[in-house]
Design a binder for this molecule. Structure first.
Ligand code: AMP
Ligand code: MG
Length: 420
């Protein structure tokens, strides 16, 4: 966060103000050279160009016969062109073949076109002959031929820097002959929940306790956003314990996320208390619901050892209610993870849809309501309070209700964030 008081709980910021304050504090990770197989999920820090024309040679797109179009020009079902079959070329056959005029060569999909041929007659247009073939239809020059460079020209940019390497992009890079690519790696994210009330799932609860869901959820969110995530065990509400727990993680994290302990005052808000001391983390209200109390900053800069020493580690302190933490992640942390990778796809995909039922929102705050998106319709779920995880488990989308709206009727168009 830029200059300003370490505690700006006063007047709320807009979502965009907080987002841009975050992004201006993020420096992309250093690029590394990775083998293609290891680059999945990383983001290109270079353009990938075609080393050669793709394909690099003229070849057949069908099983059939390589011909001179002129030799089959008059072919018809009643008056087939009868031509001797002079040979066969299979995919991978690297011999230098030449078509003698007045003959054909049997050719397979992906096999190189022999010199002198200018078209391929698909086997379906013939009697399939092996010594001699009857061709029933004429073929235009270029028929069923994939020309060299028809996919990409030599030197053409196939993938631009900022592109995330998913299966499709890995295919393009491999097809271009690339063994390795220069990418920004998946950021290492450490997630840490605070709260004396938190019990580990799988252990019995006593009244007053709840099971910790945030650390599992946010670690999963981080992975969905392209990070490698580590979940720290629950940290109790002990002001003396929070900072050491965070500092211990600095050398192994590119980003830290805490949940809980940042409410609007109260001695149990240990995350806020611990980090406010450092002076580099700002706590503010953001005009949204859920997710009003937000904290962000950079810690560990110039500290002892590890990655934290040179660059500092960005830290998000998310509110404790699970839905608040979830929405805050999608709106603020996801773009930061993308920025660490230099990725061009920073936000969740957004679509427009029509409400199937009414949506309510407090005045002056942007609401993110859990909903079910089905084609061009979106249904707000019941149970929209920030602790209600039942509706979170049923949602596939967040319905965005703008700040100035307090009530939207069924049939109203809304922006919808599509959840991973
Ligand atoms: P806090 O921000 O710590 O005041 O917590 C706000 C609410 O979120 C309280 O009801 C907490 O019990 C709940 N909460 C905090 N952390 C977690 C967590 N890790 N998992 C589930 N609920 C939590
Ligand atoms: Mg708490």
């Amino acid at each position: 966060m830029t200059a300003g008081p370490a505690d700006a709980d006063g007047s709320p910021s807009t979502v965009e103000e907080h987002q841009s304050a975050i992004l201006s504090a993020i420096t992309p990770l250093a690029p590394v050279r990775l083998e293609l197989a290891a680059a999945e999920g990383c983001v290109l820090a270079e353009d990938v160009t075609a080393a050669v024309a793709l394909p690099s040679f003229d070849n057949s797109s069908m099983d059939g016969y390589a011909v001179r179009a002129a030799d089959v020009a008059g072919a018809a079902r009643q008056a087939p062109a009868m031509l001797p079959v002079a040979g066969e070329i299979a995919a991978g056959d690297v011999g230098a073949y030449r078509l003698v005029p007045g003959t054909v060569i049997r050719i397979m999909t992906g096999a190189q076109l022999p010199a002198g041929a200018d078209a391929v007659v698909p086997v379906e247009w013939t009697d399939g002959g092996t010594a001699q073939v009857a061709v029933y239809r004429p073929a235009e020059p270029g028929n069923a031929v994939r020309y060299a460079g028809g996919d990409a020209a030599e030197g053409e940019t196939l993938l631009s820097a900022g592109t995330r390497m998913r299966a499709m992009q890995i295919a393009a890079a491999a097809s271009a002959g690339r063994k390795a690519v220069t990418v920004r790696p998946r950021p290492r994210v450490v997630v840490l929940s605070t709260g004396n009330e938190l019990a580990e799932p799988g252990t019995p609860l006593v009244p007053g306790q709840i099971w910790d869901s945030n650390s599992y959820m946010i670690a999963a969110c981080a992975r969905e956003a392209g990070a490698v995530a580590y979940r720290h065990s629950v940290v109790p509400d002990d002001p003396a314990g929070v900072l050491p727990a965070l500092e211990e993680q600095l050398s192994r994290a590119d980003l830290l996320i805490t949940t809980g302990g940042v409410s609007m005052g109260g001695e149990h808000d240990v995350v806020k208390a611990a980090l406010r001391e450092l002076g580099t983390v700002t706590f503010r209200k953001v005009a949204m619901q859920p997710g009003m109390p937000q904290g962000f900053g950079v810690i560990g800069k110039g500290g002892a050892g590890g990655a934290g020493a040179e660059r500092g580690v960005p830290i998000f302190t998310l509110p404790g209610n699970p839905v608040s933490a979830y929405v805050s992640f999608q709106v603020f942390v996801r773009p930061a993870i993308a920025a660490l990778q230099g990725a061009s796809d920073r936000s969740l995909p957004a679509v427009q849809a029509v409400l199937t039922g009414p949506a309510r929102s407090p005045a002056g705050r942007r609401s993110y309501l859990r909903g079910v998106l089905d084609g061009s319709k979106v249904t707000p779920l019941s149970g929209q309070q920030s602790h209600q995880v039942a509706s979170l488990g049923r949602a596939n989308a967040l319905i965005v209700v703008p700040e100035q709206e307090t009530q939207l009727p069924a049939g109203h168009p809304v922006d919808v964030l599509v959840l991973p």
